[in-house]
Design a protein around this ligand. Structure first.
Ligand code: GLA
Length: 547
């Protein structure tokens, strides 16, 4: 735990770099049928989309893996226990589909499940219902024999034996798949859905802490809204905002080779405007999220293809540092995000969540640069417009749109401070109220958790010592209270940040606790108690460059 805390406070230790041999050193990209087609798939749908991926030029931009989701097989295994491809949908079998996809220069992904049945009720790889031997190894061998490059292992219907917890059953299943994949002699990127089955529960953070040992990416939460042909015009924007919201707070779990997956890019499909498509791509890229398109690629407009194929934005997503954006500022209308890129550059984005246009002006100080003579060269990634010697970033942002820039600061700017908002979540928001406002609270000085309003009291700096500073004062434990006071060298003002998200006082080893009522206290640390789990700004240092 101490080691992890040092890593997260950026003191001395480097995260695992994308050394040769690391699978998925940058977030996976590709296409998956699910959010557009659900079970309405066959070899034509898959191969038409694979060809469109190439023809549109999107494959050449990095979207290189075509994954077949649920409903590709039969409900039962054959008499020898083998999975059976649905031959009505895939008459030539799956090996042939894989060959066709490989022949297009693409990689091939497939869907299975860690339980006894997939979410659609087809044969799963996991322990049979009621107990028995799982099929992880033989299924993995089958996939390898087809030339599978990527496996999405869902987590419906995981059987837990009597006395076994769901947590233990999931862990055993995902560990078994990870072991099986190591034995099949083919590198297969492993996408784990386990955390999504614990969203909203304290065990969520336990699962998020172990999936990284088994696979390369993991779905942590609810599905992005699927296309419903009966309601083709229905907006899917709220769902994009929700997946962004829950994903944004989990940056501490990811690193090159280990990615949070906020689910499919539905931008370009029905239900999102072009502005919303820009937002989804920019926000996912700021989060270093996997970019897995899930739409009918043959029906993408030229404008959508331009957005989804924007090289500069994709380079932000694929930046080798792989860092989640830090939320610098948040008000009901807007989020300001920043993330470090390799080579001392930074990506900055502003989301306009509202339905009215927004004028923004970001000065160096807002971005954490200290010097008055700081200037930067900036590129507007949507228009390609360049400015040099600038002292601000300015834009007018339309409703639901996101502006995104990269900046190269001058030497006078220094390294940006580690700063931004400190948030906690209210995990059990009602299904119809999955919004940033309902879900997230901001730590406010002198001692409260409030709705996020971008007030000065909600702006924090995390000092290398572990002190949390707001308005020039530091947060200290005083009895069971947290109070702001003059910054001094006292362990009572230093907080250790752990992987699950606790802020633990260095002196008392108690946890900063932000109650849903708004009260801020310091209490005995519990196990993943929602009021004690925080999302804290990340360091803007390129730790690899510093080595
Ligand atoms: C779950 C997953 C989806 C999709 C379906 C298939 O809901 O989260 O992405 O794979 O199952 O049944």
């Amino acid at each position: 735990m101490l080691l992890q805390a040092l890593v997260w406070f950026g003191i001395g230790l480097a995260p695992t770099a994308s050394a040769a041999g690391v699978l998925a050193p940058t977030p996976p990209m590709g296409w998956n049928d699910w959010a557009h087609y659900q079970c309405r798939i066959d070899s034509h749908v898959i191969l038409d989309n694979a060809r469109a991926l190439v023809k549109s030029g999107l494959a050449a931009r990095g979207y290189d893996t075509v994954t077949i989701d649920d409903c590709w097989m039969r409900k039962q295994r054959d008499s020898h226990g083998n999975l059976q491809t649905n031959r009505h949908k895939f008459p030539q079998g799956m090996h042939a589909v894989a060959n066709s996809i490989h022949a297009l220069g693409l990689k091939f992904g497939i869907y299975e499940d860690a339980g006894y049945a997939t979410c659609g009720g087809f044969a799963g790889s996991g322990v049979p219902n009621g107990g028995g031997a799982p099929h992880f190894l033989e299924d993995a061998r089958l996939f390898a024999s087809w030339g599978v490059d990527y496996l999405k292992l869902d987590g419906c219907n995981v059987y837990a034996a009597k006395g076994e917890s769901a947590l233990a059953a999931y862990r055993a299943a995902y560990r078994a798949e990870s072991e099986a994949l190591k034995q099949v002699g083919r590198p297969i990127v492993f996408s784990e859905s386990a955390p999504a089955y614990f969203q909203g529960q304290p065990q969520w953070y336990d699962v998020l802490s172990w999936v990284r040992g088994y696979g390369q990416l993991w779905r942590e939460g609810s599905d992005i809204e699927i296309f419903d042909p009966r309601r083709p015009h229905r907006s899917r924007w709220a769902s994009v905002m929700w997946n962004y919201e829950y994903n944004l707070q989990l940056g501490r779990f990811q690193k090159p080779g280990n990615w949070n997956d906020s689910d499919f890019i539905i931008g370009g499909d029905r239900g999102l405007t072009l502005a919303e498509t820009r937002s989804q791509l920019a926000l996912w890229s700021m989060m270093s999220a996997p970019l897995i398109l899930s739409s009918n690629l043959n029906r993408l407009s030229a404008a959508s293809i331009r957005i989804l194929g924007n090289r500069a934005v994709l380079a932000v997503d694929q930046d080798p540092l792989g860092q989640m954006a830090t939320l610098l500022r948040r008000s009901p209308a807007q989020d300001v995000l920043m993330k470090p890129l390799r080579g001392g550059r930074y990506a900055v984005a502003v989301l306009n969540r509202s339905t009215a246009p927004l004028q923004v002006l970001l000065r160096p100080r807002t971005l954490g640069f200290s010097s008055g003579t700081c200037r930067f060269a900036s590129v507007d990634l949507w228009t390609g417009a360049r400015r040099s010697g600038a002292q601000d970033l300015a834009a007018r942002i339309g409703a639901h749109d996101t502006q995104i820039w990269t900046i190269q600061p001058s030497a006078a700017c220094g390294v940006p401070a580690r700063m931004g908002v400190i948030t906690r979540i209210l995990p059990n928001v009602a299904h119809n109220d999955r919004t940033a406002e309902a879900y997230t609270r901001c730590l406010a000085a002198p001692g409260a958790v409030d709705k996020c309003t971008d007030s000065a009291a909600q702006r924090w700096r995390v000092l290398p010592s572990g002190a949390l500073r707001s308005g020039g004062q530091c947060l200290a434990q005083v009895g069971h209270r947290a109070r702001l006071g003059a910054c001094v060298t006292s362990a009572l003002q230093r907080w250790r940040y752990t992987l699950p998200g606790n802020l633990i006082n260095r002196s008392t080893h108690e946890c900063l606790t932000g109650r849903a009522s708004g009260a801020l206290t310091v209490q005995t640390c519990g196990h993943n108690i929602a009021s004690q789990v925080w999302s804290v700004p990340a360091s803007m240092r390129d730790r690899r460059a510093a080595q």
